[in-house]
Ligand binder design. Structure first.
Ligand SMILES: [Zn+2]
Length: 195
């Protein structure tokens, strides 16, 4: 599966939408990602996760770790293909950093693959790296469905996103789509309705 095909899956499943969107940050964008349109479909999700897993199948991965929420599903599917366990890192109480709950533990020297779904600034991945490093595990790589940073974010470990895109967003007063008078697209129904 090429990178183009992964983006195609995003588009066909409605996980990548073109339009004029107001992001949760208040900024405007011409692209919106609803990654759960892929994650909610087990067979489709498995398909992309197998592609992710194949990139690391010669790295002797012993454990796959993902951050909540989408990362739980990705880690599970990738681990299923690689024949390893999968665990997930949750937000620490108080909201800073990541912790393992549910008795999850990593033995020193374990070869760990970190995975997640869509990243923009890589905050969740950086937090998981910090957590996994506390256990003196060996991070063999990082897998991601989609890197929205345009390749700008570097983790210091082999990073293999299935697709790389550059996401533009603007403050409303600088939004080129607003200047063109294109109405904002709003979420809220199965089909996106124009505001
Ligand atoms: Zn706008």
């Amino acid at each position: 599966m090429s990178r183009i095909n992964v983006l195609d899956i995003f588009k066909k499943s409605g996980a990548l939408l073109d339009g004029h969107f107001k992001l949760s940050s208040g900024r405007h964008s011409d692209i919106y990602y609803e990654k759960f349109n892929i994650l909610k479909q087990p067979r489709l999700c498995e398909k992309v996760c197998v592609e992710m897993a194949k990139q690391f199948e010669n790295d002797n991965v012993e454990l796959v770790v993902g951050p909540t929420t989408g990362g739980i599903i990705i880690a599970y599917e990738v681990a299923k293909y690689l024949g390893t366990d999968s665990i997930y890192a949750e937000a620490a109480d108080g909201g800073k950093g990541r912790i393992f709950k549910r008795g999850f533990h990593i033995d020193e020297g374990t070869r760990v693959l970190i995975v997640d779904d869509v990243m923009t600034r890589g905050t969740s991945i950086f937090e998981v790296i910090e957590l996994v490093s506390k256990y003196k595990a060996e991070i063999v790589g990082i897998g991601e469905l989609l890197d929205r940073s345009g390749g700008k974010v570097k983790f210091g470990y082999p990073f293999k996103p299935l697709a790389v895109v550059t996401a533009d967003d603007w403050a409303p007063e600088n939004c080129p789509l607003c200047k063109k008078g294109i109405p904002l697209t709003q979420r809220g129904s199965r089909k996106f309705q124009t505001a």
